[in-house]
Design a protein around this ligand. Structure first.
Ligand code: SF4
Ligand SMILES: [Zn+2]
Ligand SMILES: [Zn+2]
Length: 298
């Protein structure tokens, strides 16, 4: 693009990019995704789900860079501390540091106070795997906290690699209903709309962005992390993408073409309120309340 020194080889476009042109392309693609799905609109108050991992740190940085000067848009970050010994403290420190530097209000909620047990304690008590408790209660707390603080949207750091892995996994598990849930949803009472501004950005690009902007990167992995099938799909996609660059975009575009059919087969259902806690749910009792009952009756 210019005579500057290249810092990144962008396989899918077969271009070597200098820092300036890498960032320009990165911002253009985030803005494209945001516009395409109307992720950010006038007067939005956006809660950023901030785990302290690379995706959420980059997400906060990019959003602040692109929309931070807009007076009609507000940002704040929510970190959920699940209570995982020897792992969470570092990422929380990073989240705090980044929010301070970006001048974003930072709210931390934790499992122990809100649910009554840390994740470590849940695993000792219950018989489900860590990621089930973690995923269900994290989603619940993010939504509840974002709503309490007046958020209109909840932004998560899912990137192109995450999204394409999930799309393929749902095909492999023949779980088309779950696939349909990946479609950007319409507003529902009490459920804060989720947005994924990095959905068009490769994971390698997220890491490169973090390095170019001197953002802190945590390389620690959660001790409970074990996703054998997802890991296989991830490795397959890496290999496939290396050989045939741009195929992750093809998967995303195929999914987008299927969206109207999926919406027809699985229209978004009207959510009720949980009869125990009042949070939005498709059933009478929400999943977090069911898990809590299991944990506290054992
Ligand atoms: S890998 Fe760790 S942080 Fe991720 S969902 Fe599982 S328990 Fe939670
Ligand atoms: Zn250049
Ligand atoms: Zn409930």
């Amino acid at each position: 693009m210019c005579n500057g020194k290249a810092v990144y080889y962008q396989r899918h476009s077969n271009r070597h990019l200098c820092k300036k042109h890498f960032l320009k392309d990165f911002y253009r693609r985030v803005k494209y995704a945001v516009k395409k799905y109307s992720m950010i609109e006038k007067n939005d108050k956006i809660a950023i789900a901030m785990s302290g991992g690379k995706d959420s740190i980059v997400l906060a940085h990019v959003l602040k860079h692109l929309y931070g000067k807009r007076r009609d848009i507000e940002f704040f970050a929510i970190t959920v501390d699940e209570g995982i010994e020897d792992y969470r403290d570092d990422t929380i420190k990073i989240a705090k540091k980044v929010c301070k530097e970006l001048e974003i209000q930072h709210v931390i909620v934790n499992f122990k106070d809100e649910i009554g047990l840390t994740l470590d304690e849940m695993i000792k008590r219950g018989n489900r795997n860590a990621c089930t408790y973690c995923g269900v209660f994290r989603k619940y707390l993010l939504n509840k906290t974002a709503r309490k603080l007046g958020a209109t949207k909840l932004a998560t750091g899912h990137n192109l690699d995450d999204e394409t892995q999930t799309i393929l996994l749902n095909f492999l598990h023949s779980d088309i209903e779950r696939l349909a849930r990946l479609i950007p949803q319409r507003k529902q009472n009490n459920l804060i709309l989720r947005i994924k501004p990095l959905r068009e950005i490769y994971e390698r690009e997220v890491v490169t962005y973090a390095i170019l902007n001197d953002l802190p990167l945590s390389l620690d992995e959660c001790p409970y992390s074990s996703f054998p099938v997802r890991s296989m799909v991830r490795d397959f996609l890496y290999e496939f993408e290396n050989k045939y660059p741009g195929r992750k975009f093809s998967i995303m575009r195929s999914f987008e073409q299927l969206m109207p059919c999926l919406k027809n087969i699985y229209p978004q259902i009207e959510l009720k309120r949980c009869s125990i806690c009042g949070e939005p749910t498709a059933r009478d009792i929400c999943q977090p309340c069911n898990l809590k009952r299991e944990l506290f009756s054992s």
